[in-house]
Design a protein around this ligand. Structure first.
Ligand code: NAG
Ligand code: NAG
Length: 975
């Protein structure tokens, strides 16, 4: 949803302005750049860049003023502790910075640096601030859920060079941390090669506390030059932007560090940005950005394409990749953060360092406040890095299965009759969908937890109608609570002291959709308790078992706040400044709603589904995200692919963009192509702004409606494959849609490819059409497996680009040889109605004649799967036995038998073998044996038909109704 800056206190005026501005928007307006800071407008960003400039100007004579006192080093239980000393003036005065380097059982290393004076509270705050004195040290309480077990094998090694300490750790003792004492720095090595280097460029910067020395009144004495030139900055003590002044009671307190990946040419991650998957350089030059990538969650509607500008969410996790090596870093900090990226010719002596690549990627990270807290992952594969990161921040929630279907949304379905009408029309046109959504207009005058009595008087009837086809309703609930009398929610929140506070400790009032509002402070455990009480069916009247929730505006968006959010000197629970926790804020609200949905009714234990706009590391545990307020333009469609891929490799794969584009009216071919691309978003929702024309798929007319419906049918038929991929993400952190480098980590040519994607482990490779008027597209194949067109089995083989013709109805989708894809081909109105439908298995033979694949199934709704109520099978086609087998790879538990009984009748109704060998041409039957079958049924003959492929297309064979149960082991013999 969009936001605008408002200062007036008159609601009437607010609405007038909003509607006037809305009218202006479509379709040419773009983001209001001037509402958001550039690096030069952000004091600490400017200071840290100036620091880097100084270091590079002085080059070899530059020396980082930080040293590790070797006598302070201790090592115990996988953790090295010591004191870093920062020289703060020419006289050699030093401040103490406690350092820890923890080596974790998983092979991850964690480096933290704090500041003794602030830690001990031996500082003074200005402006009578009530804020905490310490550097913010609770980010881990929100973001980290596991993986912190100390390594039992890590040990200090005796063979360290002079002036260094060496720790050997990791699996098989293959990792080393070489800690240089002066200036302090750490090289992380795998198999003797440095993979990640901290402070190699000497940009470590921890702005220590100092008192503000005011010039005595009237005296003209020239100021002493500052000890460190780049700290001579007016932004140290106070900062103004867009009419708001940040009082900065703790003075300057930023943390910065350079992190070099020697020999690595590509870095990925740090969402959310509308940028390429392989991140660009940020210090100018042709094709590069001038600004660092920024992470400061904000309501940046109609955002710019190809930009490092901040968006709605932040995941400060980056991976570096080169041929056959992937490493990563996670910068755990909740404050405003910027990241500069520079690539340079590798300076490392390739022989002595054993560095393989020719390029070094140097990154420079800085945050406004908080601890320095960095996790280092040494891979060596993409899946290892993502797994280690996910162990810390949590795996993706295994979602409600319906939420993997198609979601129909707009701002707004205006009445309950409107909802029922859309539902009916979707049925009339045989368009499958699972969820219809309500934006803010359903509420009574923007008061959440109420329904407009005029437009939504029949909430129960509406929900019942949707339930007839097992469909759901998602309603929006935002964190701003309307400031009006006689609204019990605001009264309770304020009287219980649960609102976010100003710097003076009074409740913070600002402007959002309802006009004057207060914000629930979900850092406060008491707020979460209270929030839980609001979602019970008996308190949130008009909601039912098929109501789910959407959390929007949780950056938080504040129309009249600096950069459309809260002032940084606002206070949250525990008197932490908003500055410290800004990027985490959205996740705490999402979490409060999650906790509330779990407890809607005593005894009802179901998985919540909650969409969030703002997010942080860990939000993947709580639901889905979407890429915010995009536009109905081809370039926005194109950008959605790298953005969604980036979410996937950054641990939060349940992601998608608004299908059709939020602002503006898409032409029909754009809308159609967007649906064809949208079926490859893990989260697929059509959404539109209030000022756009209606665009439900049935309105497009022929042939568009039919083409869109066909695309949606492909999504629905592949739901078993999608859900299996979600399950994998929920146990391994693996992305649901995957970029080329992840699937082919050794294929250098594909490292920057970000316009095509693989779905999970299925071998399905899609290249969505994202350009206007395209008649053909090039798809990149990274290996020498045969790839088959999904629809007609045309064969594409050979490394490199292959041309595919793409008339409007064509979706470029290939199947990589070697995989078995589970499908459900019977068209249904919603996913839940497919629960007992039979399966089709598509066996796509690889160049060695083999294939394998997986299927995961559970009730898609409860947590019974944690007690064994699931089916997890591996299908294998083997050339030695010439047989297709189904093998149980699930974990059983107390609820297994009941679930298997429930699913016993669900069978495989068809097996298609793509690339079936010529030798089968005369065959008309195969033999089926199933576990537990009666003697007479031990070896049943079943009909098979073989079809010769015309030129350029593969042969295929079809086994008709082998009648094997999805719950059992079986074998189909082709010999
Ligand atoms: C902070 O206090 C100083 C005086 O100590 C005053 O000049 C300044 O205006 C105050 N700033 C804010 C934002 O209140
Ligand atoms: C979520 O809420 C629970 C329950 O209050 C709390 O224990 C947990 O720390 C919260 N986590 C996040 C990420 O907000």
């Amino acid at each position: 949803m969009l936001s605008v800056s408002l200062t007036s206190r008159s609601w009437a005026f607010v609405f007038l302005v909003i509607s006037a501005i809305c009218a202006l928007f479509t379709p040419i307006a773009a983001v209001k750049h001037e509402n958001f800071k550039t690096c030069a407008q952000s004091g600490f960003c400017k200071r840290n860049r100036a620091f880097a400039d100084k270091a590079s100007e002085l080059s070899s004579t530059w020396e980082s003023p930080y040293r590790l006192d070797p006598t302070s080093i201790t090592f115990d239980n996988g953790k090295l502790s010591g004191t870093v000393l920062k020289k703060i003036n020419a006289a050699g005065e030093e401040v103490k910075l406690p350092l820890t380097i923890s080596f974790l059982e998983s092979g991850t290393a964690r480096v933290t640096l704090d500041e003794e004076k602030r830690q001990k509270g031996e500082i003074e705050l200005r402006n009578e601030s009530k804020a905490r004195k310490e550097r913010y040290n609770e980010a881990e309480d929100w973001a980290i859920v596991g993986g912190l077990e100390p390594s039992t094998g890590a040990a200090i090694s005796a063979d360290a060079d002079e002036g260094t300490t060496k720790v050997v750790y990791g699996p098989g003792g293959k990792f080393q941390a070489v800690i240089r004492h002066s200036p302090v720095g750490i090289d992380f090595r795998r198999d003797g090669q440095t993979q990640v280097r901290l402070n190699g460029e000497g940009l470590l910067n921890m702005e220590h506390w100092r008192p503000k020395v005011d010039k005595p009144e009237g005296e003209e004495k020239p100021e002493e030059p500052p000890a460190i030139p780049f700290e001579d900055d007016t932004s140290l003590w106070e900062e103004s932007f867009g009419g708001n002044t940040d009082s900065k009671p703790r003075g300057p307190e930023s943390v910065g560090l350079d992190i070099t990946f020697p020999g690595f040419e590509h870095v990925y991650g740090i969402p959310e940005h509308a940028s390429s998957l392989s991140l660009k350089q940020t210090r100018g030059g042709e094709g590069n950005y001038d600004e660092p990538y920024r992470l400061y969650n904000a309501d940046v509607f109609e955002y710019l394409m190809d930009s490092p500008m901040t968006l709605y969410g932040a995941v400060p996790f980056m991976q570096a990749h080169k041929k056959d090596s992937t490493v990563g870093v996670f910068w755990l900090n909740g404050a405003e953060t910027w990241v500069d990226i520079i690539k340079s010719k590798s300076t490392a002596n390739a022989l002595s360092m054993g560095v393989a690549g020719h390029t070094d990627t140097k990154t420079h990270w800085f945050s406004e406040s908080g601890l320095l807290d960095v996790f280092v992952f040494l891979g060596p594969e993409p899946k290892d890095v993502i797994k280690s990161y996910s162990e810390l921040t949590g795996y993706t929630q295994l979602p409600q299965e319906f939420s993997v279907g198609y979601h129909q949304c707009r701002w707004n379905y205006v009445t309950d009759d409107d909802v029922i009408d859309v539902d009916r029309k979707m049925d009339k046109f045989n368009i499958p969908y699972d969820v219809i959504w309500l934006d803010i207009e359903y509420t009574h005058e923007k008061k959440y937890f109420t329904w407009d009595p005029l437009t939504f008087p029949k909430t129960e009837e509406m929900h019942k109608k949707l339930d007839e086809h097992d469909r759901k309703l998602v309603a929006i609930i935002d964190p701003h609570i309307k400031n009006v009398p006689d609204y019990p929610i605001i009264e309770e929140m304020r009287s219980k002291g649960l609102a976010a506070k100003t710097k003076d400790g009074s409740d913070y009032e600002g402007w959002c959709w309802p006009g004057s509002s207060y914000w629930v402070d979900t850092f406060n455990p008491a707020s979460i308790e209270w929030w839980k009480s609001l979602f019970r069916y008996e308190t949130f009247k008009g909601t039912f078992h098929n109501t789910f929730i959407w959390n929007d505006m949780n950056e938080p968006s504040v129309f009249n706040g600096p950069e459309t959010t809260m002032p940084k000197d606002n206070l949250h629970y525990g008197n932490w400044e908003h500055r410290d926790v800004h990027n985490i804020n959205g996740m705490t609200f999402h979490n409060a709603t999650f906790q509330a949905m779990v407890e809607r009714k005593k005894g009802e234990v179901r998985r919540p589904f909650i969409l969030t706009r703002s997010f942080y590391s860990g939000s993947q545990r709580l639901g889905a995200m979407w890429t915010g307020d995009n536009q109905a333009r081809w370039d926005h469609l194109a950008a959605s692919i790298p953005m969604t891929l980036n979410q996937g490799i950054s641990g939060f794969p349940f992601a998608g963009a608004d299908v059709g584009g939020f602002f503006g009216n898409p032409e029909k071919d754009l809308l159609t192509r967007w649906y064809q691309a949208g079926i490859f978003y893990p989260f697929m929702r059509g959404h539109a702004h209030i000022d756009t024309r209606r665009r439900e798929p049935y309105l497009a007319g022929s042939p568009y409606t039919e083409i869109i419906t066909q695309a949606l049918r492909i999504r629905y038929s592949l739901l078993p494959a999608w859900y299996t991929a979600f399950h994998e993400a929920s146990v391994s952190g693996a992305p649901i849609i995957r970029p080329n480098y992840y699937v082919h980590p050794g294929d250098e040519k594909g490292f920057a490819i970000d316009d095509q994607l693989y779905i999970g482990e299925t071998g399905l490779l899609a290249k969505p059409v994202t350009t206007e008027g395209a008649t053909s597209t090039d798809i990149y194949i990274a290996d020498d497996e045969p790839y088959f067109d999904y629809f007609d089995y045309t064969i594409y083989q050979g490394k490199g680009h292959h041309k595919i013709d793409v008339p409007l109805e064509k979706i470029p989708l290939l199947m990589q040889g070697g995989h078995i894809i589970p499908r459900r081909d019977r068209p249904r109105r919603s996913s839940s109605l497919m629960k007992y439908d039979p399966y089709t298995l598509v066996v796509v033979l690889g160049k060695d004649g083999k294939a394998s694949g997986e299927l995961y199934v559970d009730d898609g709704d409860t947590y019974d799967y944690l007690e064994g109520a699931s089916i997890h099978r591996r299908f294998l086609f083997d050339t030695e036995t010439n047989a297709l087998t189904s093998i149980d790879i699930g974990t059983s538990g107390p609820k297994t038998p009941a679930y298997l009984k429930d699913q016993a009748k669900v069978r495989v109704e068809k097996v298609i073998i793509v690339g079936a060998p010529d030798e089968w041409s005369g065959k008309s039957e195969v033999f089926v044996s199933e576990e537990g079958a009666k003697e007479s049924q031990r070896r049943r003959a079943v009909e098979m038909a073989w079809f010769a492929g015309p030129k350029g297309k593969a042969n295929y064979a079809v086994v008709r109704d082998p009648k094997v149960s999805i719950t059992k082991g079986w074998k189909i013999d082709f010999a």
